[in-house]
Design a protein around this ligand. Structure first.
Ligand SMILES: CC(=O)N[C@H]1[C@@H](OP(=O)(O)OP(=O)(O)OC[C@H]2O[C@@H](n3ccc(=O)[nH]c3=O)[C@H](O)[C@@H]2O)O[C@H](CO)[C@@H](O)[C@@H]1O[C@H](C)C(=O)N[C@@H](C)C(=O)N[C@H](CCC(=O)O)C(=O)O
Ligand SMILES: Nc1ncnc2c1ncn2[C@@H]1O[C@H](COP(=O)(O)OP(=O)(O)OP(=O)(O)O)[C@@H](O)[C@H]1O
Ligand SMILES: N[C@H](CCC[C@H](N)C(=O)O)C(=O)O
Ligand SMILES: [Mg+2]
Length: 502
C-alpha cells in the first residue's frame, strides 16, 4: 500500500454497481490484510473462492469489493447489509485487479519487456538488463532471482501478483530505473498478473514439459504462455522469438495475427538474428552470428551453447525496445554468468570443474548436460533430484535425461517439501532404469553427501554438474527451510578433499 494515498474508483478505472462512489485507501487480495477503506479483490482460487471471505473483509472496513459474479453471489446476503460498500463485478477480476494495481501505483519504468518460455527466462531477463547497463542505462531484471540491477529487492515469486509487481515497478521508477526486463511465468500469465504492464517487446525462449501439476494439459500450458503475445503485448509491440523451437513458429503466427513486428532468433536459415557458429573452450565460448547481412563475432565467458541463444534473445529484446543494434552487439563480450545458471562454483586441485545449474525440468537437465559436454575433456558427472509437491510426471524423465547425457549420475534430494524424499528419488531412479542406466547411477539422499561424493569422483579433465537448485539458498523439508547452497557446498567439498581454498 502507498502510505496516506487515497484514490477514487474513477481514478482507478473502476465502475461500481449502482454507480456507487468510494475513496480507496489500499488494495489487497487477502481478507486478512483488509483495513478501513481498502478495496478487497475476492478472486477465484485453486483451493477456495475469495468470495468466501467478503463477509470478513466487510467487517474489517473494506470500502469496495472487486469480484466475479460467483463471488458476488457467495456474499450476496452480507453485501446487502453493507449498502455503503461499492461492489465491482468483473468478468475477469484478476485482469481488472492488474489494471487497477497499475493505476494505484501510477508509475512503471518507461521501457519494459517481458520474456516467457519453459527455460531461460531468468537468464534472458538478466542478460537484457546487463546489456542495458553496459549501454549506460538504469536497468533491472525482475523474476526468480528477485529484482536485480540498478534497484534491488527480494521477491517471493517469479512473476509477482499485480499488487506486489506494481509496487516494485513504482519503487524502481522512483529510484531512477528507466528499463526493466521481467519474467512472465505461465502461472503469472494465466492469472493475469502482468496485464497492467506496458510492454514494448516480449520474448519467447522455448517450450517443454513443466508445471503439469497446475496446467491441466500441455495445450493449456502453451495457451497460458501464448497469452503474452495474444493479450499482454500490444499490437504495436515487437515479438522476439526463438524459432528453432517448433512452438516458436506457432508463437510467430500468433504475434503476426496481432500485427506485431517480429525479430526471429535462431540457427534456422533466414532468422533475423542468425546464429552461425559457436566454439567452446573450458571457460567460455565464441559466438558468430549475422544481423541484417553483417557478420559479428563475440567471445563470452559463458558456459553452455544455450546461454548464447539466451544472450541473442536478450539482444533482440534490447533492439526491439529501441537500442541501437551495433551498440548492443558491442556489449556481448561483457556478459557475466547468471547466478546459479551454469555457474563455475569450484575447481579441484587437479583442474576438474564443478558447475551449479538450475536445471529442474527434463529438458533443462538434458540441455544443461549436453551444453557442458563440449567444454569437458574427461567424464561428465551429474547430480540430480526432483522437487516435492511439483509435477510428479517429470521425475522419471529427469532421471532418464541425466543418465542419457552424463557418464555417472547421483540421484539426491531437492526440496522434498511435504513428500517422502525416498519416494521422489525412487521415481527418478525408475527413469534411470528405463534408460538402462542403473549401473551408472547411485542414490544418495543427503544432498551435501551427494555433492561430496560427486566432487570426490572427479579426475583431471572431468566435470561435475549439480542440477536443480541454482541460486537457491535453502532445502525445503516439510515446512522447514534448512540453509543450503549448492555452490557453497561444492567449495566445502573441494576444500575437504584437496585442503586449502577451493
Ligand atoms: C497456485 C497459485 O498460483 N496460486 C495463487 C493463487 O492462489 P490460490 O488460487 O491457490 O488461492 P486460494 O488459496 O484458493 O485462495 C483464493 C483467494 O482467497 C484469498 N484468501 C484466502 C484465504 C483467506 O483467509 N482470505 C483470503 O482472502 C486468497 O488470497 C486468494 O486470492 O492466487 C493467489 C492470489 O493471487 C496467489 O498468491 C497464489 O500464488 C501462490 C502464492 C503460489 O505459490 N504460486 C506459485 C505456484 C507461482 O505462482 N509460481 C509461478 C511459477 C514459478 C515457476 O516458473 O516455476 C511464479 O510466477 O512464481
Ligand atoms: N535457452 C535454453 N534452452 C534450454 N534450457 C535452458 C535454456 N536456458 C536455460 N536453460 C536451463 O534451464 C535452467 C533454468 O534457467 P533459467 O533460470 O534462466 O530459466 P527460467 O525459465 O527462468 O526458470 P523458472 O521457470 O524456474 O523461472 C538453466 O539452469 C538451464 O539448465
Ligand atoms: N520455480 C520452480 C523452481 C523449482 C526448483 C527446484 N529446486 C524444485 O524445488 O523443484 C518451482 O517452484 O517449481
Ligand atoms: Mg526464472
Amino acid at each position: 500500500m502507498v502510505a496516506g494515498q487515497t484514490k477514487s474508483l474513477t481514478e482507478l478505472g473502476l465502475t461500481a454497481q449502482g454507480g456507487k462512489r468510494a475513496q480507496i485507501t489500499g488494495l489487497t487480495v487477502d481478507s486478512r490484510e483488509v483495513a478501513e477503506g481498502v478495496l478487497f479483490a475476492a478472486l477465484p482460487g485453486t483451493r477456495v473462492h475469495g468470495g468466501e471471505f467478503i463477509q470478513y473483509a466487510l467487517r474489517m472496513g473494506a470500502a469496495a469489493i472487486l469480484t466475479d459474479s460467483r463471488g458476488a453471489r457467495l456474499a450476496a446476503d452480507d453485501l446487502a447489509l453493507y449498502d455503503n460498500v461499492a461492489l465491482i463485478v468483473a468478468e475477469d477480476p484478476r485482469q481488472t485487479l492488474a489494471y487497477t494495481a497499475a493505476l494505484w501505483f501510477g508509475a512503471q519504468p518507461e521501457v519494459m519487456v517481458a520474456v516467457t518460455g519453459t527455460n531461460g527466462k531468468t537468464s534472458v531477463a538478466s542478460f537484457c538488463r546487463q546489456i542495458w547497463m553496459e549501454l549506460g542505462l538504469e536497468a533491472v531484471n525482475i523474476g526468480t532471482t528477485g529484482v536485480e540491477g540498478a534497484f534491488e529487492a527480494p521477491l517471493a515469486h517469479t512473476t509477482p501478483e499485480p499488487i506486489t509487481l506494481h509496487r516494485v515497478l513504482a519503487e524502481a521508477e522512483a529510484a531512477g530505473v528507466t528499463h526493466a526486463a521481467m519474467e512472465a511465468s505461465s502461472h503469472g500469465l494465466e492469472q493475469r498478473r502482468l496485464d497492467g504492464v506496458h510492454l514494448r517487446a516480449a520474448g519467447f525462449t522455448n517450450f517443454s514439459q513443466d508445471h503439469l501439476d497446475y496446467h491441466a494439459t500441455f495445450d493449456e500450458y502453451f495457451a497460458a504462455k501464448a497469452g503474452l503475445f495474444d493479450r499482454v503485448l500490444p499490437e504495436d509491440g515487437v515479438a522476439v522469438l526463438n524459432v528453432d523451437d517448433p512452438r516458436g513458429q506457432a508463437m510467430a503466427e500468433i504475434a503476426s495475427a496481432r500485427g506485431q513486428d517480429l525479430i526471429t532468433v535462431g540457427r534456422r536459415e533466414g532468422s533475423d538474428l542468425h546464429m552461425l557458429a559457436q566454439r567452446f573452450d573450458p571457460t567460455g565460448q565464441e559466438l558468430r552470428f549475422d544481423w541484417q547481412g553483417r557478420i559479428h563475432q563475440a567471445r563470452m565467458p559463458l558456459i553452455g551453447g544455450f546461454q548464447a541463444e539466451n544472450v541473442l534473445l536478450a539482444a533482440g529484446l534490447a533492439i526491439a525496445a529501441g537500442a541501437d543494434a551495433e551498440r548492443v552487439f558491442e556489449t556481448l563480450p561483457h556478459m557475466k554468468t547468471v547466478r546459479g545458471r551454469m555457474q563455475l562454483a569450484a575447481t579441484r586441485a587437479n583442474g576438474a570443474a564443478v558447475f551449479v545449474d538450475f536445471a529442474h525440468t527434463p529438458d533443462a537437465v538434458s540441455t544443461a548436460l549436453k551444453a557442458l559436454r563440449p567444454h569437458v575433456m574427461g567424464r561428465l558427472i551429474a547430480i540430480v533430484g526432483a522437487g516435492g509437491d511439483r509435477d510428479a510426471a517429470k521425475r522419471p524423465l529427469m532421471g532418464k535425461a541425466a543418465v542419457e547425457n552424463a557418464d555417472l549420475v547421483i540421484v539426491t534430494d531437492d526440496n522434498p517439501r511435504s513428500e517422502d524424499p525416498a519416494t521422489i528419488r525412487a521415481a527418478v531412479m525408475a527413469g534411470v532404469a528405463t534408460a538402462g542406466g542403473a549401473d551408472s547411477a547411485t542414490e544418495v539422499g543427503d544432498r551435501a553427501e551427494a555433492i561430496l561424493r560427486g566432487v570426490d569422483m572427479l579426475g583431471p579433465g572431468d566435470a561435475l554438474l549439480i542440477c536443480g537448485k541454482g541460486h537457491e539458498s535453502g532445502q525445503i523439508v516439510g515446512d522447514d527451510v534448512f540453509p543450503f547452497d549448492d555452490s557453497e557446498q561444492a567449495s566445502v567439498a573441494v576444500s575437504a578433499l584437496d585442503g586449502g581454498l577451493a
